[in-house]
Ligand binder design. Structure first.
Ligand SMILES: C[S@@+](CC[C@H](N)C(=O)[O-])C[C@H]1O[C@@H](n2cnc3c(N)ncnc32)[C@H](O)[C@@H]1O
Length: 278
């Protein structure tokens, strides 16, 4: 039985999912989201390029996990609105049986995602908050789709910068790592002010002034999120460089991307604490 209770989409207030959709040229946003994104673009005109490069990184990283690390199941945290090359499309282009749990705290993602995925039994969308990682791992639909005896690909792509320092983003990754078996991989990306400080801090100010909490972090702070994981080659890089398929001269300047990404692998024997473990 479906739940038809009304959902408050909070359309009067900008939201990061819909602002990102605006930046990527999608159609699933409201006027407030476009206006808020334009304020960020005024400070950082290449923000659309940055968002696209982050998305391309996500695609390359998922393909790497399926093709080279043998991962067949994914939990995509802060998945955003459906766009081109979603995780299940990338993964299932290599193995049609790949399974994906999409998680986002914006209810509009649930609405659009559920419609898109309605006929695909290997994917599901749940409303969840990355700041409550245990609840996501224990969610009945996560448990139904993910086999916690096998390695999982966990994505926190362009979402940890919406988690404040006081909310312990590194601790969130640690909790997630404690709930999945050895051989699991973490795909992380994060915006930074390291490369173009003035413009990037302007974006942070623009987001915060619209009520969207954005915390840019340095390469060093971002790299701390991989503590306890083996960082996969070529390490933490500006997303456009990470296992890039285009020659260097065709890639954007680092200053126009200002976004780090990398993959961490959970080594060792299977961790205790995975859902379903005694
Ligand atoms: C910039 S988009 C990134 C989308 C996708 N991961 C990507 O990189 O293309 C950030 C997403 O994180 C979601 N988000 C923000 N804070 C969140 C939280 N606390 N828990 C779950 N999702 C969150 C937003 O709703 C949005 O969909």
């Amino acid at each position: 039985m479906e739940d038809y209770s009304p959902i408050d989409l909070r359309t009067h207030q900008p939201h990061s999912a819909r602002m990102y959709d605006y930046l990527l040229g999608g159609k699933d946003h409201y006027t407030v989201d476009g206006e808020a994104a334009e304020k960020a673009l005024a400070s950082f005109p290449m923000l659309r390029t940055a968002a696209r490069e982050n998305r391309k990184f996500l695609g390359r990283a998922v393909r790497y996990l399926v093709q080279e690390a043998g991962i067949r199941q994914f939990i995509d945290l802060g998945s955003g609105l459906p766009t081109a090359e979603n995780v299940h499309q990338v993964a299932q282009s290599v193995d049609p049986d790949a399974r994906v749990v999409y998680v986002d705290n914006d209810p509009i993602v649930l609405v659009h995602g559920s419609a898109l995925l309605a006929r695909d039994a290997r994917t599901t969308v749940i409303q969840g908050d990355i700041r409550e990682p245990r609840a996501i791992l224990d969610h009945p639909r996560t448990r139904a789709l993910i086999d916690f005896a096998l390695p999982v690909g966990v994505l926190a792509v362009a979402v940890l910068h919406f988690v404040g320092d006081d909310e312990d983003p590194a601790g969130i990754v640690r909790t997630l790592a404690g709930g999945v078996p050895a051989g699991s991989h973490f795909i992380l990306s994060h915006a930074t002010a390291d490369i173009a400080p003035e413009a990037a801090m302007g974006v942070q100010r623009a987001y915060r002034s619209q009520g969207v909490p954005l915390t840019l972090r340095s390469r060093e702070r971002f790299t701390e999120f991989f503590d306890g994981l083996e960082i996969v080659e070529p390490g933490v890089q500006v997303v456009s460089d990470w296992r890039a398929t285009e020659p260097e001269e065709q890639r954007p300047d680092h200053a126009d991307v200002s976004w780090y990404g990398g993959i961490g692998r959970l080594a060792g024997s299977a961790r205790e604490g995975a859902p379903g473990s005694a």
